[in-house]
Structure formats: structure tokens, C-alpha cells
Design a binder for this molecule. Structure first.
Ligand SMILES: Nc1ncnc2c1ncn2[C@@H]1O[C@H](COP(=O)(O)OP(=O)(O)O)[C@@H](O)[C@H]1O
Ligand SMILES: [Mg+2]
Length: 285
């Protein structure tokens, strides 16, 4: 089995790659650490199948996700990107008809055996549409801290999370205003701050920029770079440029199967599978 490359059905794709990753940078950011053979694996996923009622939409996905990198999921609408992402913190269980088979190990522990509240504290999620609670900016960020019985200064923790989400300067004088007074891009960063407040090890982002303007999108991409040392990020994106700019590894899904999984520069320059090439050059999807 190749350590990285085209996916042959049944093979476990393992990104213990010896290649360093050197994604072109658009922002003035510090150089990215290279991803080496030693990158530890946060998720080990094997034989993941998900069905809604009688319809199977993921047909046996084998993939390992490295720690402290950004992994992008791309693929045409309906190929199962959101389903895959939601299975990583068992959000699939919120759909009554959903059935999940296979193993998802988080730091070598099967997530099926974990307490779901603890799992979701470790694996946070941000959705496509910002969904702030009908509360103040402050209370949105403090929400997870309060329900987890946070010890210490709530205000300091709220400020820290808003800073990490690159929103603090814009909201510091209006923390007690309703979250709904914020723009769409600010609301999305607020949702990221809310997810970050409980210090997740993994952040799942499902097309977080699809409704945002380019300036806000750039802020969120910059945020991904900044979060990497402390967080493993998996992002679904429809935007190929975004995947190319912001991720270290890219997985291409098609009709519920993982077609190719590569270091991002490789997938976008010399894809191994003709279906990947067709997709990234806009021939379908
Ligand atoms: N809650 C649901 N109930 C039934 N079918 C669903 C549900 N969510 C998604 N699906 C179906 O599963 C397939 C994959 O959907 P999804 O994971 O949302 O794909 P993507 O995010 O790539 O667009 C699609 O055929 C979609 O219609
Ligand atoms: Mg989706």
C-alpha cells in the first residue's frame, strides 16, 4: 500500500507522508511547519458506512487524519462531506434514521464508547450558516464554559476565545449586545469563538465561509493557520481555492467514496486519479 496516494478500495489511507507540505501562502503569515512522517494521527477511521433509512450514503471510508494540520474535504454536492464530518463527533445521531457502521478512533479510543457530551467538547463543530444563540455576544461565548462548570474568570476566557477567533477588537465594546446585531461574518467568527471556548482538540467546519465576503473569508482562513498549533481542523469547502490556500491535506469524496487523499499541493497539481483531476478542473460538480 502506498503511504499516500490514490485510494484503492479497502486500503487504509495513511498520511505518514515523508513529503513536506508547502502550500502557497497568500497572507503574510509565518511559514507553516512541515508535516513529516512523525505527524501523529488524531483520527483513525476504518470501514465508515453511514445510511439514512435504507439509503447508504458513505460506503466504507478508510482515512487517517493527522493532528495539528488542516484537512480539507472536497467533492460535489451530495457526495457525503457533511455526513462524514458529522460522524466525527456523532452528530449523525441527531438524525433519527441515520445508521453508522465502522470504527472511528479518536486518539486510539473508539468514539462510539465515549460519553457523547465529552466527545463533543473535544470535537467542536461550526456549521455553514452562523447559528448564534439568542443571547448576548458574551453569553454566546460563555455558554459552553458555564455548562461545563468553568472555574476561573469567565470574562478572561471569553476574551481569550474572541481573540482567538479574530473578533475581539470588533466587539470588545459591545459584549452585552445581542449576537444578532453582528454581521454574518462576525456571527460566524462568534460561532467559532463559542466552539473554541471549551478548548476543543478538533474543530470541524462545514463550509464556514460559503455565505461570507472575501475579506471575512480571508480572516477565517488566517484563523485556521493560527489555530493549528493547538487544534486539529477538518474543513468542508466548496471552494477549491480555499482548500488549496488553507489546508495541508485534501480528501476528495465522490458518491460516498474516498477517491483520493493527498498533501494539498500534490492533489491540486498532480492528482493521481482522473476523477480528481476532472473535479478540480471544473469538469463536473
Ligand atoms: N438527514 C438526512 N436524511 C436523509 N438523507 C440525508 C440526510 N442528510 C443528508 N442526506 C443525503 O445523504 C447524501 C449526502 O449528503 P451530505 O452529507 O449532506 O453531502 P454533502 O455535504 O457532500 O453535500 C445526500 O444524498 C443527501 O441527500
Ligand atoms: Mg454539506
Amino acid at each position: 500500500m502506498a503511504s499516500v496516494g490514490t485510494v484503492h478500495s479497502g486500503n487504509n489511507v495513511n498520511l505518514k507522508s515523508e513529503q513536506s507540505v508547502d502550500t502557497p501562502q497568500r497572507f503574510s503569515l509565518p511559514p507553516k511547519p512541515s508535516v513529516t512522517a512523525d505527524s501523529s494521527l488524531r483520527f483513525k477511521i476504518s470501514g465508515l458506512k453511514v445510511s439514512y433509512g435504507p439509503k447508504e450514503v458513505l460506503h466504507g471510508i478508510d482515512i487517517n487524519i493527522s493532528s495539528n494540520v488542516v484537512t480539507a474535504l472536497i467533492g460535489p454536492s451530495g457526495c457525503g462531506k457533511s455526513t462524514f464530518l458529522r460522524s466525527l463527533n456523532r452528530m449523525t445521531e441527531t438524525v433519527r434514521t441515520a445508521r453508522v457502521e465502522g470504527d472511528i478512533l479518536l486518539d486510539d479510543e473508539n468514539i462510539a464508547d465515549m460519553d457523547v457530551v465529552k466527545l463533543r467538547r473535544r470535537v467542536g463543530m461550526v456549521f455553514q450558516r452562523p447559528n448564534p444563540f439568542p443571547k448576548s455576544i458574551f453569553d454566546n461565548v460563555a455558554y459552553g464554559l458555564r455548562i461545563n462548570g468553568h472555574k476561573g474568570s469567565l470574562s478572561e476566557s471569553v476574551e481569550h476565545s474572541l481573540r482567538r477567533a479574530a473578533l475581539w477588537d470588533e466587539v470588545k465594546d459591545q459584549l452585552h449586545k445581542s449576537a444578532y446585531t453582528l454581521s454574518g461574518g462576525q456571527q460566524q467568527r462568534l460561532c467559532i469563538a463559542r466552539a473554541l471556548a471549551v478548548d476543543p482538540e478538533v474543530l470541524l467546519l462545514d463550509e464556514p465561509c460559503s455565505a461570507l465576503d472575501p475579506v471575512t473569508t480571508a480572516k477565517i482562513e488566517e484563523l485556521l493557520f493560527q489555530l493549528k498549533p493547538s487544534c486539529t481542523i477538518v474543513i468542508v469547502t466548496h471552494n477549491m481555492q480555499q482548500a488549496a490556500r488553507a489546508s495541508d491535506f485534501t480528501a476528495f469524496l465522490l458518491e460516498g467514496r474516498l477517491i483520493e487523499y493527498q498533501p494539498t499541493p500534490k492533489l491540486f497539481t498532480t492528482p493521481a486519479d482522473p476523477r480528481t483531476e476532472a473535479y478540480i478542473t471544473g469538469r463536473f460538480g
